[in-house]
Design a protein around this ligand. Structure first.
Ligand SMILES: Nc1ncnc2c1ncn2[C@@H]1O[C@H](COP(=O)(O)OP(=O)(O)OP(=O)(O)O)[C@@H](O)[C@H]1O
Ligand SMILES: [Mg+2]
Length: 254
């Protein structure tokens, strides 16, 4: 099956720091991929490069066979790659419902045809209501985003990204700031809502129980490089991953 997303030699240097170092990754459609790695390993940088928030120093990003390297974030969003952020990007003074409408409106700016084709016959208002339902945000519909608990803000941010019907959704630490006993419920909800649309998902996560449970492939980052890539059980058992990422002792190792 041909890749929906492919990077080749993707590199980003910030002065002497190489935050992404020659990353070549190919992602098949309809997969859920986990990105793991310690602080500063380069996970967010990878998402920034794919979504156009940062321009690579070298290398390419290909989406559905099309070179999207260096395109503006808004263009990449229109093409079908959306994201949520490590810190939810919601408008505090607007209600949950209004936030969803704004998210839909941004995509429609200057190019209504995209919304038309992406949303089918649905009006943006109907899509916003549908997202509130799917993400069980109904009770928060008319509450200002500033009043939402962190987990709910995360959900809203993700719902805003999914509302425009992307082909790929990139989530940066969807469960951070959410209590341990709420993480699984949040991910069940998020991935349930997402998978109904057959969206390819890449998400950054520090909790290995979450990664193990929800992904079919893991990319392990360390120092700007991908040090392991494959099935979750194999990657999490990898000696380098245990040493540099999860901090678990290697059985029989030093
Ligand atoms: N805009 C920037 N300017 C300078 N250095 C940066 C910039 N963005 C990231 N870096 C550096 O690049 C490296 C990778 O950072 P990145 O944010 O991608 O890590 P991360 O894996 O997402 O970490 P975390 O788990 O803490 O979110 C770090 O050394 C970071 O300090
Ligand atoms: Mg990060």
């Amino acid at each position: 099956m041909s890749a929906i997303l492919e990077t080749r030699g993707l590199t980003k240097a910030f002065g002497a720091v190489v935050a992404a170092n020659d990353l070549s990754v190919s992602v098949a459609p309809d997969t859920v991929v986990g990105l793991i790695g310690g602080n500063g390993a380069g996970k967010t940088t990878f998402l920034n490069l794919v979504t156009g928030y940062q321009k690579p120093t070298a290398g390419t990003v290909t989406f559905e066979g099309r070179d999207i390297t260096g395109l503006a974030p808004r263009r990449i969003t229109r093409l079908g790659i959306c994201r949520s952020f490590q810190i939810p990007q919601v408008f505090d003074t607007l209600t949950a419902y209004e936030n969803l409408l704004v998210g839909l409106g941004i995509v429609s700016l200057g190019r209504r045809a995209f919304v038309g084709s992406a949303l089918g016959d649905q009006a943006p208002e109907a899509v916003a209501e549908e997202m509130l339902q799917r993400f069980r945000l109904g009770e928060w519909r008319d509450a200002p985003a500033s009043a939402l608990p962190e987990g709910v803000r995360k959900l809203l941010d993700i719902a805003m990204a999914l509302a425009v019907k992307p082909r790929i959704l990139l989530l940066d630490e969807p469960t951070s700031g959410v209590s341990a006993d709420e993480k699984f419920a949040l991910m069940d909800l998020v991935l349930g809502a997402i998978r109904a649309d057959k969206v390819t998902v890449l998400f950054v996560e520090h909790d290995m129980d979450i990664v193990r449970r929800y992904t079919e492939r893991i990319l392990a980052f360390y120092d700007g490089r991908i040090i392991a890539d494959g099935m979750p059980d194999r990657v999490l058992a990898d000696a380098e991953v245990r040493r540099y990422v999860t901090g678990e002792p290697v059985p029989g190792g030093a």
